[in-house]
Design a protein around this ligand. Structure first.
Ligand SMILES: Nc1ncnc2c1ncn2[C@@H]1O[C@H](COP(=O)(O)OP(=O)(O)OP(=O)(O)O)[C@@H](O)[C@H]1O
Length: 247
């Protein structure tokens, strides 16, 4: 494939587990500043697709290009460094550290041991921590121990930890699971803000939430793309109603 303007270009991607194709010759393009939601029934391959993009799982076949750079052969940390951040369902924050410290440790340090050692918490880091904390709605909770935050706040903190690295593609797996109604609203607003400077891919089952946030929806089924388009388009697609929304 030649170079494209897409942030992410996935082409002919396949992964087999013992002969079973969890992702089957899938092609998907995501624009810069786009918020894409992936929906589909259990076992459709949604999580596996994100695992492939972030390098946790290796493709059997096909290509994943991020800003025109091939990702399929890169180690996971190189994919992170290329600008891809991934949030899993369970938060992996440091419960006994403050919000400030959690964000501070996520600031990308110098790449060498010396860089890391010589690094001090200077104004640049403090400013970024404050900016990210404000973005995730925890700007006045910097000294709070992370373990004392609500479930929703912990999820936002983890998003903040990813934002500290300024990813150009952020991937989130069911970000509102377990959240209160108010937390869901705030998460929708947060996602709308953070996709203004980057692409975001969200896996989600809650259709009201999908309607609120999605620029475009991709429906997966049996490792393939069943439909793609606006929420209205996919919602009225008989194939989608048949395998997913009608149930
Ligand atoms: N490492 C693995 N080894 C074997 N099979 C796997 C592996 N990872 C995923 N699968 C299988 O691939 C299929 C797709 O799973 P995946 O978790 O990607 O689906 P999903 O669309 O995210 O589903 P859900 O909505 O339930 O999270 C499932 O049948 C699953 O059992």
């Amino acid at each position: 494939m030649s170079n494209t303007d897409f942030a992410l270009a996935v082409e002919d991607l396949t992964v087999s587990f013992d002969g079973f194709k969890a992702i089957d010759n899938l092609t998907l393009y995501v624009d810069k500043n786009e918020l894409r939601v992936i929906i589909g029934p259990n076992g459709a391959g949604k999580t596996t697709l994100l695992d492939l993009i972030c390098g946790k799982t290796r493709a059997s076949h096909g290509s994943i290009k991020f800003k025109n750079q091939e990702m399929t052969k890169l180690a996971e940390h190189r994919i992170v460094r290329a600008g891809i951040g991934r949030k899993f369902q369970t938060p992996s924050i440091y419960e006994n550290l403050s919000v400030f410290k959690n964000l501070e440790v996520s600031f990308p340090r110098g790449r060498s041991v010396f860089g890391a050692l010589a690094f001090q918490c200077d104004d640049e880091v403090k400013q970024r921590v404050q900016a990210v904390a404000d973005e995730i709605g925890l700007g006045d909770q910097l000294e709070t121990e992370a373990g004392l935050l609500s479930h929703g706040q912990k999820q936002w903190l983890e998003i903040g930890m990813l934002l500290m690295q300024e990813p150009e593609l952020l991937m989130l797996d069911e970000p509102i699971a377990g959240m209160s109604v108010r937390e869901r609203e705030l998460t929708a607003e947060l996602l709308q803000r953070i996709c203004q400077g980057r692409s975001v891919i969200v896996i989600e089952h809650d259709m009201d939430f999908v309607k609120r946030i999605a620029h475009k929806v991709t429906v997966m089924h049996q490792g393939k793309i069943l439909a793609e388009g606006s929420m209205d388009e996919v919602q009225n697609d008989p194939k989608v109603i048949d395998v997913y929304l009608g149930h």
